[in-house]
Design a protein around this ligand. Sequence first.
Ligand SMILES: [Zn+2]
Length: 147
Amino acid sequence: VSTENCAFCEIVAGRSPDTLIHREGDVVAFMDAYPATTGHLLVVPMNHAVGLTDLDEEVGARVWRLAHRMGRAVLRSSLGAEGVNVHLCDGEVAGQSVLHVHLHVIPRYKGDSLVVRGAKGRAQPDRVELEETAAILRSALEGSTDS
Ligand SMILES: [Zn+2]
């Protein structure tokens, strides 16, 4: 996937309608056109990256910083949200629909109908299994940074 025909690159370039909230350097926050709750917004890097694999770590830190700030703004605002979900989907299997990395900032309201839940019927792993999985992740961590 390139920047051509990328819905978020089109928004960032001003070629597609959007409701911009805030721009900070190379990171922007705009309203999600299909909000899960009122105030649902997205934070994206202006330069195209698909997901965690090709996103520069420093850019990712800036994306998080603006999402953090937007989450605070949500809670401080008059929207009436009492909580926030910050959510990233990487890969189709994870529910990523636009292949340009984005953090969802989703205001939560008492009684809203949004459901975020754990996998059905997943048994709690024992300590041995957790250790084995941790070892796999530890070895994958080596060489996974940008620099
Ligand atoms: Zn893009």
